[in-house]
Ligand binder design. Structure first.
Ligand SMILES: Cc1cc2nc3c(=O)[nH]c(=O)nc-3n(C[C@H](O)[C@H](O)[C@H](O)COP(=O)(O)OP(=O)(O)OC[C@H]3O[C@@H](n4cnc5c(N)ncnc54)[C@H](O)[C@@H]3O)c2cc1C
Length: 315
């Protein structure tokens, strides 16, 4: 009843796909109306989304994809979020449909690769690999996010990124596709999937047999490095800007003196100048204004134009 009232109040009855939500609800898929997105984002920022569909296992994902097929047939698009750890979501929220893909499912080793769901949190993969003695992915330790989001962003450190470990990527957009690593043009924080609205459903990652204790030691080293260099106790969305070629965005920002700069509840971190932290109920406007100030400061003093790594969604 409450959902129906919400649909009415949001004028969602005008949406041609509204009745098909019953297909999902009837199969137990979580469907929320007017869910405030700041509850999901690592930044703790973001207003209400009209509809959020949250499959919680691979079967529910299948139902969700059936539902999305209908949507795509209507020519209607949808937004995908994973761990929402690289996103700035508008205070006005998101109109239309959000599909939230972040759940745990079985990880399968086929003798060469581990096969993981696109919705799998990276932290779970690190734990699995540490326990099972699969090395090679330790560089992903401490990156909060899912496999799908990491494939889109080609997430990693300054020297290693998930693209180097990817062998196969299965996606869905009104039908399934399979890619090999070479098809996706992985480069620094880039993959060709950034330009499509394909959902990353399954990924094969290259691993090597290694002693669990050695893996755990490496994981600890990565986590310690992060704890020293990043402000991890306050909400953020990680690095604000990508590193321009031959420069570190953090170093440039530090040199132009933006450290500690504050707009409303958003502040440039004292620990890492390329992080904005939400120190006091920051709005998306606070963050956008601060991003502009940071970018302008670097451009005025160095002529270098910084490109955002954080993705802005909604409004
Ligand atoms: C404290 C902190 C530290 C961080 N450190 C790093 C770091 O060291 N290196 C780094 O690269 N990043 C870092 N990040 C940023 C972020 O964690 C990564 O970019 C992460 O890979 C994003 O994954 P996600 O699931 O949260 O994606 P989201 O933020 O939810 O989404 C990012 C993009 O991926 C898309 N997407 C998400 N899931 C899917 C899917 N299944 N299929 C298709 N598209 C999808 C979204 O539409 C969006 O375009 C950090 C963030 C924080 C908060």
């Amino acid at each position: 009843m409450r959902n129906r009232m919400y649909l009415k109040s949001m004028k969602l009855y005008d949406y041609p796909w509204k009745y098909n939500l019953d297909y999902l609800i009837g199969r137990g898929v979580k469907v929320s109306f007017g869910q405030v997105m700041k509850n999901y984002t690592s930044f703790k920022i973001g207003g209400p989304a009209d509809v959020v569909v949250t499959p919680r296992n691979n079967l529910e994902l299948k139902y969700t994809l059936d539902f999305l097929s209908e949507l795509v047939n209507f020519g209607i698009n949808y937004h995908i979020i994973g761990g929402a750890s690289n996103l700035l979501i508008a205070d006005e929220g998101i109109r239309g449909l959000v599909v939230r893909l972040c759940y745990i499912s079985p990880i399968i080793f086929d003798g060469e690769y581990i096969w993981v769901s696109g919705a799998e949190p990276l932290s779970r993969i690190i734990s699995y690999c540490s326990e099972q003695g699969f090395g090679g992915l330790e560089y992903l330790s401490g990156i909060p996010g899912t496999v799908g989001g990491s494939i889109i962003m080609n997430a990693g450190t300054n020297s290693e990124a998930i693209g180097q470990s990817v062998r196969h990527v299965h996606t869905w957009y009104s039908g399934e596709k399979e890619y090999l690593n070479k098809d996706l043009d992985f480069s620094y924080r880039h993959s060709t999937l950034q330009k499509t609205n394909e959902i990353v459903t399954r990924v094969a990652l290259k691993v090597k047999r290694e002693d669990s204790l050695k893996i755990i030691k490496k994981v600890r080293e990565f986590l310690l490095k992060r704890r020293k260099g990043q402000p991890l106790t306050l909400p953020s969305a990680g690095s604000v800007f990508k590193n321009p070629s031959n420069y570190s965005a953090g170093q440039l920002l530090e040199e132009v003196g933006v450290k500690g700069l504050r707009v409303g509840g958003a502040q440039v971190s004292y620990t890492h100048s390329n992080f904005i932290i939400n120190i006091d109920e920051a709005s998306s406007y606070d963050v956008l204004a601060l991003i502009r100030l940071m970018k302008n400061s670097v451009q005025e003093k160095t002529d270098i134009i910084l490109e955002p790594e954080i993705i802005y969604l909604g409004g």
